[in-house]
Design a protein around this ligand. Structure first.
Ligand SMILES: [Zn+2]
Length: 233
C-alpha cells in the first residue's frame, strides 16, 4: 500500500492511498483542479473519496466531485452539515464497507464537528493495513497489525502557550479540537507498532508546531526503523 500527501494543513487536506489496483482519495479540502494537478491523476483514475468531517479544509471539493460522478463516502452527520441531502454514500463508525480491493472500517474521532470519522483501510491485494486519523483530540482505538499510520500532529502545548498574539478563544479551540504532540506520543507508545513501517504526521499547525522537533519526539516514542515524515503543507 502507498500513501501520499497532496496537501496537509488548515489551508486544505488531500491524500492518496493506493495498492496497485485501487486508488482512493482521503479528504478533498482543496479545489478539484488543484487535486488533479497535485495528484497527476484524472478523476476517472480515482475510485472514491472518503471525507472525515465537514470543515472546508477537508471538504472543499465535495459538491464538485459528486457532480462529476465520484463515489464520496462520509457520515450522515458530515453530509447533513455540508447541506447534502443525497448523492453521497453514508457510512457509520464500525460498519465495514468496500471500495475496490480495500476493506474500510470508519471509526469515531473527537473534533468540533457533527460526526467526524477516521478510517482503517486494509488492502486485499497486499494484506497491508493503514489507519488515517486527523483533526482529533485523541483516539479511543488501538489498531493491531498496522503497516502505515497517518495521524494528526497539530500543535505543541508549550508553543501554544507562548503565542501571545493568539486570542485565548483560538487557543482554546485548538486544544479542544486537535492532537497535541505529547498526547500523540503517549498514544503511539500504547500501540503495537511491530509491523509498522511508516508514520505520516498530518496537519501540522503553522504557528504552533515544529516539524523537526515533532519528528524527533515521535521517533523516541516508537520502535526503531519506522520512517517518520511530516506531510507537506
Ligand atoms: Zn476540522
Amino acid at each position: 500500500m502507498r500513501f501520499e500527501a497532496l496537501a496537509s494543513s488548515s489551508a486544505g487536506n488531500a491524500y492518496i492511498v493506493e495498492d496497485g489496483e485501487t486508488r482512493i482519495l482521503l479528504e478533498c479540502g482543496i479545489t478539484h483542479k488543484k487535486l488533479l494537478k497535485l495528484s497527476g491523476f484524472a478523476l476517472s483514475e480515482i475510485c472514491a473519496c472518503l471525507v472525515s468531517h465537514e470543515h472546508k479544509d477537508h471538504s472543499k471539493a465535495v459538491a464538485d466531485l459528486i457532480g462529476r460522478g465520484m463515489e464520496v463516502y462520509m457520515s450522515v452527520g458530515t453530509g447533513t452539515a455540508l447541506g447534502l441531502e443525497s448523492g453521497y454514500y453514508p457510512v457509520e463508525s464500525m460498519e465495514q464497507f468496500n471500495v475496490g480491493t480495500f476493506d474500510i472500517v470508519p471509526f469515531t474521532t473527537f473534533h468540533d464537528a457533527e460526526e467526524p470519522l477516521g478510517f482503517l483501510i486494509k488492502s486485499r491485494v497486499d494484506g497491508e493495513v493503514l489507519a488515517f486519523a486527523t483533526d482529533t483530540v485523541n483516539l479511543r482505538y488501538r489498531f493491531p497489525g498496522l503497516n502505515i499510520l497517518c495521524i494528526e500532529a497539530n500543535y505543541d502545548k508549550a508553543i501554544l502557550e507562548r503565542c501571545e498574539r493568539m486570542p485565548d478563544k483560538v487557543k482554546k479551540r485548538i486544544s479542544n479540537a486537535h492532537m497535541e504532540i505529547d498526547v500523540l506520543c503517549d498514544y503511539l507508545k500504547s500501540l503495537d507498532l511491530s509491523q509498522c513501517r511508516e508514520i505520516h504526521l498530518l496537519h501540522l499547525s503553522d504557528a504552533t508546531s515544529h516539524e523537526g522537533h515533532f519528528i524527533n519526539k515521535v521517533a523516541r516514542a516508537v520502535p526503531r526503523g519506522i520512517e517518520i515524515t511530516a506531510c507537506r503543507k
